[in-house]
Write a protein that binds this ligand. Structure first.
Ligand code: FAD
Length: 466
């Protein structure tokens, strides 16, 4: 493989490109944003409330200021009249929420509808589908509220078969989605895809799901930030929670600037959750690195060759999937798996692999200049589904995490559901994602990364060779 072209915006040391949640004590303190396309084009970050300075009291503290934490703060204020304090270790939304692909899809977690049925039976699966549809409505309402503009590209989502052998599986899943769940997905032939949407050279065909929106990831986070503050929440960057003790039901959260005493704590730290934060989250998430690149704007000939008439989110059917989009300013963004460890994240081999993925789909873009490259930690749970949960009824501690790379849309609802639980209104929430904890990795904990390396080899063989 040729030496990869070095992108113009390459990670700087000031945001700690090697950060690794399984190795480091925490996500740091006051780190810069990753040099993502989103941060490069969002404009200045909005006003915040500065780091915690001195000891203080709060009804509710939210730990983590990504989409989940901010949505929780928004809904605590909007629906329950509670003005939370959000504590963030670094800059606001420093984690996945300013590093993702900006794809809002009608899913959360990594399981397909057929797998929901296998796991829970058809009745629960149907209720889960209703929850996801309600979540999409909430997301649409938020981004359409006029409070902020995150440049929504609303045209549905194309799930693209990366080889002919996957078409029968796609057809079966689409039939199930439509007949059992009453959804309106549609099979699209390779010819129709190429003619009317995108000339992805690998595509054997696709499914079009009518719900799918591409957004500007950082403008979404900044929009949530402004909205949360407007509703009365306080947002404190540069305030990592580094110690936690509970005395008489009150949580004492230590930050470098002072201790916050809170009656309730909502944890929204996703793939950036430090191992030692609380025993309730320890060894229950597998942080997986995903990387992403953005090209320079395409010229007319390149646009014609790639046949981009859609700006909808696209993903392919690989287990280690590619997620890609034609951005509003005519660049192409594509992401996929990255290194296993933080230390190896900068290894050019991972960038080269992603570039090859882009070239296979769009040969006309071979050797195109890249303007941005970055990576981030995705929160994958042991059973591939998220949880919004109160782990101990005696403790006013809650968490929402485990979206497995599908959190742009569902994090809005997860934050809202967590707010409902914090406010003592979670009684009707009876789906398994609300009533059970994140499964532990148990005795597999020390072998997680070994297992991951093994699975990557197997997935590669299955995706590319079989
Ligand atoms: C490269 C990449 C591409 C992705 N693409 C997509 C996509 O296209 N579509 C999709 O649906 N999903 C995608 N995802 C996943 C999606 O971005 C996440 O599900 C979502 O952003 C999670 O938001 P969050 O608020 O739960 O967590 P984050 O946004 O990760 O926020 C967690 C925050 O917690 C903070 N924190 C951690 N520990 C502490 C502490 N001790 N004290 C204070 N703060 C702390 C961190 O600094 C961080 O800012 C992608 C993820 C990555 C990494």
């Amino acid at each position: 493989m040729d030496q990869p072209l070095r992108p113009r915006h390459w990670p700087r040391a000031s945001y700690d490109p090697h950060y690794d949640p399984l190795v480091d004590a925490g996500p740091g303190h006051n780190r810069d944003y990753a040099p993502t396309y989103w941060i490069g084009t969002a404009g200045p970050a909005p006003v915040d409330d500065g780091p915690i300075s001195g000891d203080t009291d709060a009804d509710v503290v939210v730990i983590g200021s990504g989409y989940t934490g901010l949505s929780c703060a928004i809904h605590l204020a909007k629906e329950h009249g509670i003005k939370a304090r959000v504590l963030e270790a670094n800059t606001v939304a420093w984690g996945c929420s300013t590093r993702n692909g900006g794809q809002a899809q009608i899913s959360s977690g990594r399981l397909k509808r057929s797998q929901w049925i296998e796991r829970w039976g058809v009745d629960v699966a149907k209720k889960m589908h209703v929850e996801i549809c309600e979540a999409f409505d909430l997301f649409r309402d938020l981004i359409g509220s006029g409070e902020f503009d995150c440049e929504p590209q609303d045209g549905g989502h194309f799930y693209i078969a990366h080889k002919p052998g996957v078409m029968p599986v796609l057809e079966k899943e689409t039939k199930l989605l439509n007949e059992t769940f009453g959804y309106g997905a549609r099979m699209v032939s390779r010819e129709e895809l190429h003619e009317n949407h995108v000339r992805d050279q690998e595509a054997a065909g696709a499914v079009h799901e009518p719900d799918g929106i591409g957004v500007h990831a950082a403008k979404l986070a900044f929009g949530y930030q402004n909205l949360a503050r407007k509703l009365g929440a306080k947002i404190h960057p540069g305030s990592p929670v580094m110690g936690w003790k509970t005395v008489g039901g009150v949580h004492h959260l230590t930050t470098p600037g002072g201790t916050v005493r809170a009656k309730a704590v909502a944890i929204a730290t996703a793939g950036y959750t430090p191992e030692g934060l609380t025993s309730y989250t320890n060894h229950r998430l597998m942080p997986i690195l995903s990387n992403s690149i953005v090209t320079r704007p395409l010229d007319e000939a390149e646009k014609e060759a790639c046949g981009f008439t859609t700006r909808s989110p696209l993903t392919d059917t690989r287990t280690l999937r590619h997620y890609y989009r034609f951005l509003p300013d005519d660049r192409v963004q594509i992401g996929s798996r990255s290194a296993v460890t933080g230390k190896d994240a900068e290894n050019p081999r991972h960038l080269a692999l992603l570039q090859e993925g882009l070239y296979r789909k769009f040969p006309a873009l071979r050797d195109i200049d890249l303007d941005y490259s970055w990576w981030g930690w995705v929160d994958v749970s042991h059973d591939m589904m998220p949880r919004i949960f109160q782990p101990d009824p005696e403790q006013t501690i809650f968490y929402a995490m485990g979206y497995g790379g599908n959190g742009v849309m569902y994090s809005a609802q997860a934050g809202r559901r967590m707010a409902q639980m914090v406010a003592g209104k979670g009684q009707g929430l009876d789906l398994p994602i609300f009533t059970s904890q994140l499964p532990s990795h148990g005795i597999l904990t020390p072998f997680r990364r070994m297992g991951q390396r093994f699975m990557y080899v197997w997935y590669h063989i299955r995706d590319e060779r079989l």
